[in-house]
Write a protein that binds this ligand. Structure first.
Ligand code: NAD
Length: 357
């Protein structure tokens, strides 16, 4: 395995491999960029086929965090940790304590938090050995803890901007919105959409989750295989990544896609396919940044609920700017978001080079 030719390698500043067999701990921390500040991103525990697959995941996810943090105007770069699920059936305290020591060894260049497969409790174990950990609740709901209501609010603001761009109205009344995945974020998003007068179409592999939305919001449930092609104005993917691809894009009826799920595009080229298909796509990492804004606030002693909410409300403006610039420069919104993130990172690098000179 070669790091520099690995899929997902993008001139990452550093990649740390760790292996502590006594704690059943193996994985990678990829630091994509620290140009804007310490690399900040969650820790994923997943079953990988091999270490190459785990490394690719860490490389791609850490680049995504650089872009997400840059466009959210956070003073952080991008990093991500992946832990390869080992032979023990469940990751335990000893594993996360050992992981905490690994994170601490990086001296603050990387700050960790939850991601898929990790919990607040796991981060408490990490925190026994390092201060470079977030995602542990503070005294109010806008500083740490469960970020999903804040994420949903950002997605809602981004969706309104995309609707305004596509349909020339940000009024959600009677707009048909299909939500895939009624979990933490999906449910809060349905609530906001319902309050704004939207008509909801919902789908989840867990029928208890759809039943809850049917009852609370008079939503119409659809089978999981039908939600992407539902007769809707807007599709909000709030479950899985990779759902926008060459096999699905042709059958979408919605003209706007705006949801919380990370990595919705199976490939970068799928952003162009959406654009040529006449579908307005609100880039996922732009509109789902409420979670990282909330988690980052834990590390900011000046952070208040008001400041966090203001930062999240700016997601709407930012989405609008990306969509407008994409239109003017004949690019897809996903290409434009990537370009704007790279510009912000390059500007920070140039600034620190000037300061060092
Ligand atoms: P969650 O696990 O609470 O919810 C996901 C829901 O999707 C679950 O109810 C699950 O049953 C459902 N689901 C899974 N596969 C499905 C399928 N094929 N069809 C329909 N439903 C399916 O997760 P969450 O915290 O709500 O996050 C949702 C997405 O948003 C994830 O992709 C996550 O990475 C992303 N995200 C979340 C946050 C946050 O603050 N939680 C922040 C940024 C991005």
């Amino acid at each position: 395995m070669s790091i520099f030719s690995q899929p997902g390698f993008d001139n990452h500043e550093a990649v740390h491999a760790f292996c502590l067999p006594e704690a059943d701990l193996r994985g990678f921390i990829a630091i994509h960029s620290t140009a804007l500040g310490p690399a900040f991103g969650g820790c994923r525990v997943w079953t990988y086929a091999d270490d190459g697959e785990a490394l690719t995941d860490a490389l791609r996810l850490s680049q995504g965090m650089s872009y997400k943090n840059a466009l959210a105007e956070l003073p952080y770069g991008g990093g991500k940790a992946v832990i390869m699920r080992g032979t023990r059936s469940n990751a335990d305290d000893a594993l996360f304590e050992a992981y905490g020591r690994v994170v601490d060894g990086l001296g603050g260049r990387y700050i960790t938090a939850e991601d898929v497969g990790t919990s607040v409790e796991n981060m408490r174990s990490v925190a026994k050995f390092t201060d470079y950990v977030s995602g542990i609740p503070k005294d109010d709901g806008y500083r740490g803890g469960d970020p999903s209501p804040v994420t949903a609010l950002g997605v809602f603001e981004g969706m309104k901007a995309a609707i305004g761009h596509r349909f020339r109205t940000a009024d959600l009344r009677d707009m048909r919105v299909a939500v895939q995945g009624i979990g933490h974020v999906g449910y809060h998003l349905c609530n906001l959409l319902h309050e704004a007068g939207a008509k909801l179409i919902v789908s989840d592999i867990n029928t208890a989750n759809t039943d809850r939305a049917v009852e609370a919001f008079s939503a119409t449930p659809v089978p999981i295989e039908d939600v992407l092609k539902a007769d809707a104005d807007v599709l909000a993917p709030c479950a899985l990544g990779g759902i926008l691809n060459v096999d699905t894009i042709g059958s979408l009826k919605a003209r706007v896609v705006a949801g919380a799920a990370n990595n919705q595009l199976a490939a970068k080229t799928d952003g162009n396919l959406l654009a040529v298909s006449g579908i307005t796509y609100a880039p996922d990492y732009v509109i789902n940044a409420g979670g990282i804004i909330s988690v980052a606030a834990e590390r900011d002693p000046q952070a208040t609920k008001e400041r966090v909410l203001n930062a999240v409300m700016r997601i709407g403006e930012r989405t609008e700017k990306i969509l407008r610039r994409a239109h003017d420069e004949n690019a897809s919104p996903s290409e434009m978001a990537d370009q704007m993130a790279r510009e912000a990172i390059a500007k920070a690098k140039a600034q620190s080079a000037r300061e060092a000179a």
